[in-house]
Write a protein that binds this ligand. Structure first.
Ligand SMILES: Cc1ncc(C[n+]2csc(CCOP(=O)(O)OP(=O)(O)O)c2C)c(N)n1
Ligand code: SF4
Length: 292
């Protein structure tokens, strides 16, 4: 195709280099927050100045789980709930890799919840980006461990009565060294947080409040994807350093966002090397990875 002036239009996008364009169009619904989350992540990779050969992305299963398939770095679509142990293995085999898990709230906090708490406890040097759409989207909108009380889900047609997780508080209390939450609309702050989290040594967590414009919105009669985005725009309140105990999300009310935790703790490998260095003295060669 050429323009009137006889010049072929430039159909490339500045982020094409980071996406597997051969897989487009993607499967996500229009106005789903996953699109902006992926854009924010692509910007974060650039902002963090990462060498793409030194970055790996791991996802579990679900709509969010598809992210790994669209990012043009070494990426892995793992079984449901197993993104964190897979990422931990990658990191331990090659600690020079920056390993980022991008997965859904159901994947990370329901079936994968046990892996989350132990990786945080050990301060494994990986980054978790949790796309929280308050629901199991890919399988039809069932209740998730993050569904706000009273919100409807396919398996909670009269409203949810189970106490949801407060993700930042769970992350902090289990040992995460960096914890932030932003909405998928706040792409600039979200990108900055992702870049900061990736560069932070230790277990870092970024929660992305992201509209499921199809199932969650429809079941709860919240309007279109655009209406959901307007809601997040109007109801997110930035409070850096907020006490994570106060960050529970109630149905259709204010959502506190910001950077809540940024602290220092020895990482898993630092603890391992320090301990065996003490036990075995000069006979111990610090572990630096099994592969180059
Ligand atoms: C072992 C196992 N159990 C259940 C499923 C079915 N399953 C696929 S995706 C999913 C939930 C995904 O929810 P979430 O992680 O919140 O992702 P979303 O689709 O909302 O982005 C479930 C239960 C599965 N694939 N494997
Ligand atoms: S079902 Fe929901 S989470 Fe999945 S792609 Fe559509 S809007 Fe996004």
């Amino acid at each position: 195709m050429t323009t009137k002036a006889g010049v072929a239009p430039d159909t490339t996008h500045p982020r094409d280099g980071l996406l597997r364009m051969d897989r487009m169009p993607h499967i996500w619904c229009p106005t789903c927050g996953l699109g902006t989350t992926v854009t924010a992540f692509a910007v974060a990779i650039e902002r963090a100045g990462l060498d793409l050969d030194q970055l790996a992305v791991v996802s579990g299963i679900g709509c969010t789980g598809r992210v790994a398939g669209y990012i043009k770095v070494d990426s892995f679509h793992t079984t449901h709930g197993r993104a964190i142990p897979f990422a931990t293995g990658l990191h331990l085999a090659n600690p020079k890799l920056k390993v980022v898990v991008i997965s859904g709230d159901g994947d990370l906090f329901a079936i994968g919840g046990n892996h989350f708490i132990h990786a945080a406890r050990r301060n494994v040097d990986i980054t978790i980006i949790c796309v929280n759409n308050f629901i199991y989207a890919m399988t039809g909108g069932q209740v998730a461990p993050t569904t706000p009380i009273t919100a409807k889900a396919a398996t909670m047609p009269f409203g949810n009565y189970e106490q949801p997780f407060n993700i930042p508080h769970l992350a902090e209390s289990c040992g995460a060294v960096y914890v932030a939450r932003w909405s998928a609309l706040d792409v600039r702050r979200l990108s900055n947080a992702m870049a900061e989290a990736i560069l932070k040594p230790g277990f870092s967590v970024v929660e992305v409040i992201s509209p499921c414009s199809t199932l969650y919105a429809r079941q709860n009669r919240l309007g279109t994807g655009l209406d959901l985005m307007r809601f997040y725009h109007d109801h997110c309140e930035i409070r850096h350093g907020a006490d994570t105990r106060e960050l529970a999300i109630d149905y259709q009310s204010k959502i506190v966002v910001g950077k809540f935790v940024d602290r220092e703790r020895p990482t898993y490998l630092e603890s391992l090397n320090a301990w065996y260095g003490e036990v075995f003295g000069g006979k111990y060669a610090p572990y630096e990875g099994a592969v180059g």
